[in-house]
Design a protein around this ligand. Structure first.
Ligand code: CMP
Length: 138
């Protein structure tokens, strides 16, 4: 069993889609072992996406991620990072496969409904930014 970190983004909360996304997550066999709704501050968003700070889309990304609440989650499964990225589909919804979260729900590359960690190492770092071990209940 391993873990990944997920964010249901502002475009999902704004459109009341968090339950619909969670249904796709659970149907794929990922277990939601921690979950809470938070409204990112600018500092939180800048820290979380620090690796992208030099990219041209950084300002817009921070703006979008702070525009409305998000739902942060810890997901558990065998090979959770890889499995969840398959469930999400390509970052750009135009390239996402049928049945994936982003194909089903995303509006654009920025408003792409959900984030998933890209490695086990980053999953551990991202989880620790939002959850204590006591809040993760498997
Ligand atoms: P996410 O998995 O949250 O990680 C970084 C985010 O930057 C990504 O999903 C996209 O929503 C956003 N983004 C906006 N523009 C781009 C772009 N041109 N390339 C990659 N990511 C982008």
């Amino acid at each position: 069993m391993s873990r990944t970190f997920s964010i249901l983004k502002p475009d999902a909360t704004r459109r009341n889609l968090t339950g619909a996304v969670n249904a796709v997550i659970e149907a794929a066999g990922l277990r939601i072992v921690a979950q809470k709704r938070v409204h990112f501050t600018k500092a939180q968003a800048e820290r979380f996406y620090g690796v992208h700070s030099a990219r041209p889309f950084f300002g817009e990304l921070v703006e979008q991620m702070t525009a409305a609440p998000v739902v942060v989650q810890v997901l558990e499964a065998d090979d959770a990072v890889v499995k969840y990225r398959e469930v999400l589909g390509a970052t750009n919804p135009e390239q996402a496969a049928e049945g994936t979260v982003r194909k089903l729900f995303a509006l654009s590359i920025g408003e792409n409904t959900a984030h998933g960690s890209d490695s086990d190492e980053n999953a551990a770092i991202e989880i620790a930014q939002f959850f204590s071990e006591a809040e993760i209940v498997g």
